[in-house]
Design a protein around this ligand. Structure first.
Ligand SMILES: Cc1cc2nc3c(=O)[nH]c(=O)nc-3n(C[C@H](O)[C@H](O)[C@H](O)COP(=O)(O)OP(=O)(O)OC[C@H]3O[C@@H](n4cnc5c(N)ncnc54)[C@H](O)[C@@H]3O)c2cc1C
Length: 469
């Protein structure tokens, strides 16, 4: 009988699930360039490991709860997970329960898709004070990530400051500003909903180092702010007026400028909350004794550098914003896995076309995709293309006998070892039970799901009665 090609994938986020989908689309083949191509003449089996009891990565713990339409892609991942040859090992951490060198021995090939779960440091004094946290931690908290449910978030102060000008900064500003009642019908974690309902935050300042048009946020996220009920939007310190000629602009920038001009021209409606988009402003120091009391902000002006690029330069003017909560939305960053090459400058696993590189050479049988491959950039759909390219490299290597020695263990043997080291594995059926329990609990409250947010509850649901029982 033909032996299957056995592949391990580390991480059940969008990148890992797209890679699994490409590997399992056709037995030994995948849709590349729009058609099913038979790349290896044997069936493929995929074991996906995730350190959490739940799959889908940042689709569950990153995407904002008030963006349910972005979560529809989970039906694609659910279809992949239901395919023959797919196995899920949730609650199994690679580098802890199982080591990368073991995966390399057990499987024919390993795809790393473990994302970027650290923070890019801001590098200013006071960063570690209580009340200063990464937007990543805050997002995990409101999305019910089990490692962040007990985070100490103090929403009693009138002003919160979000440092950064990307979509994540706008997500957290929006969640803080929204009337909490409007989040009731979402899958936001219950503890976060309660805290937001009791929040004293009235003003959210979003700080951008450079000019309005340099903001990394996308137009839909910027425009969405206009539709928040009971929230005024202000633009400060960044000339978006019609008097200012920004030079030739592409279509996206023209649209962004139009939105910002509208915000700048809006008269205050006296709403109970406001979001202030403050540009040309850099955080200098977080001040406070044992917790955050304020943020010292330096004002910038733009200068042209030798290459004609624009640089923010400090003017020397500084102001103190009183606040009790500083959220640093200055980027996610990769974290190394033991025994796996890591570029600490970029926070990624070095690779070419998805093949892992060490010392200038490819490491046979090891692949990488998603944010672990290219850093924390790109939306969910971006990962599909990268996963396809990585899978293409893998299947091509399999076809041309460039994989190392065949994996040494059968599926049953791997299953036995993994369960002996982590008896509380959540397999695919376990996830279906969690999913069913959350959806049922949500239905009663007219919510898409009521997320379980601590490990014991998740493990209890995973071992409970099967769906429809
Ligand atoms: C706050 C936020 C909001 C976003 N909103 C949107 C949006 O609205 N629309 C959109 O298109 N995109 C959005 N994105 C981008 C999108 O989430 C990413 O493109 C995508 O999640 C990256 O996929 P990934 O699989 O590489 O990483 P991840 O989604 O992070 O998945 C990595 C997985 O690996 C697991 N893992 C990590 N280490 C280990 C280990 N040692 N062992 C086992 N498992 C491990 C993790 O638990 C996780 O499940 C958002 C991103 C963020 C941060």
């Amino acid at each position: 009988m033909t032996r299957s090609l056995r592949v391990a994938i580390v991480g059940a986020g969008p990148a890992g699930m797209y890679a699994a989908g490409h590997l399992l689309e056709g037995p030994g083949g995948t849709y590349l360039d729009g058609r099913l191509q038979q790349l290896v003449d044997r069936p493929v089996e995929v074991d996906v490991f995730d350190r959490l009891p739940t799959p889908w990565g940042l689709l569950r713990h990153g995407v904002a709860p008030d963006h349910p339409e972005k979560k529809l892609v989970e039906t694609v991942f659910a279809r992949t997970a239901a395919r023959p040859g797919f196995r899920f090992y949730g609650n199994v951490e690679i580098g802890h329960h199982v080591h990368p060198r073991e995966l390399a021995e057990w499987y024919d090939a390993v795809v790393y898709a473990h994302g970027a779960s650290g923070d890019a440091p801001l590098g200013i004094p006071g960063e570690d004070l209580r009340g200063s946290l990464s937007a990543r931690a805050f997002v995990c908290w409101y999305n019910g990530h089990p490692d962040y449910r007990d985070l100490d978030i103090d929403l009693s102060h009138e002003r919160a400051v979000v440092i950064g000008n990307g979509n994540v900064a706008l997500d957290v500003a929006r969640i803080l500003a929204r009337p909490a009642g409007s989040l009731r019908g979402t899958d936001i974690a219950e503890h976060a909903l309660t805290a937001l309902e009791n929040s004293g935050v009235r003003e959210i300042v979003v700080l951008g180092r450079r000019a309005p048009l340099d903001g990394a946020f996308h137009n839909p996220e910027l425009e969405e702010l206009a539709h928040l009920t009971g929230v005024d939007i202000h633009v400060e310190d960044g000339d978006v007026s019609g008097d200012h000629d920004p030079g030739p602009l592409d279509q996206d920038s023209r649209r962004k400028l139009g939105t910002l001009r509208n915000y700048a021209a809006r008269t205050t409606r006296g709403s109970s909350k406001r979001i202030v988009l403050r540009f040309l402003s850099s955080p200098v120091r977080i001040v406070g004794h044992d917790r955050v009391e304020g943020l010292l902000v330096g004002r910038n002006r733009l200068e042209l550098d030798a290459e004609g690029g624009r640089r923010a330069r400090a003017t020397g003017d500084e102001i103190l914003l009183e606040t009790g909560l500083v959220l640093r939305a200055t980027g996610y960053f990769g974290t190394p896995l033991p025994e796996l090459p890591y570029d600490d400058r970029l926070g990624t696993v070095p690779s070419i076309a998805g093949r892992v590189i060490a010392g200038g050479h490819t490491v046979p049988g090891r692949y990488v995709t998603g944010w672990a491959e290219r850093g924390p950039r790109g939306i969910i759909g971006t990962n599909k293309k990268y996963a396809r390219d990585t899978v293409r490299s893998l299947l091509d290597d399999a076809r041309h006998a460039r994989l190392p020695l065949p994996g040494t263990l059968t599926a049953e043997a791997v299953d036995g070892i993994v369960r002996s080291r982590q008896p509380q594995v959540v397999d695919h059926n376990g996830w279906l039970r969690i999913d069913d329990r959350e959806r049922r609990a949500g239905r009663a409250a007219r919510r898409p799901r009521h997320k379980l947010t601590d490990r014991p509850a998740l493990l209890d649901a995973a071992s409970g009665p099967p769906p429809n029982s």
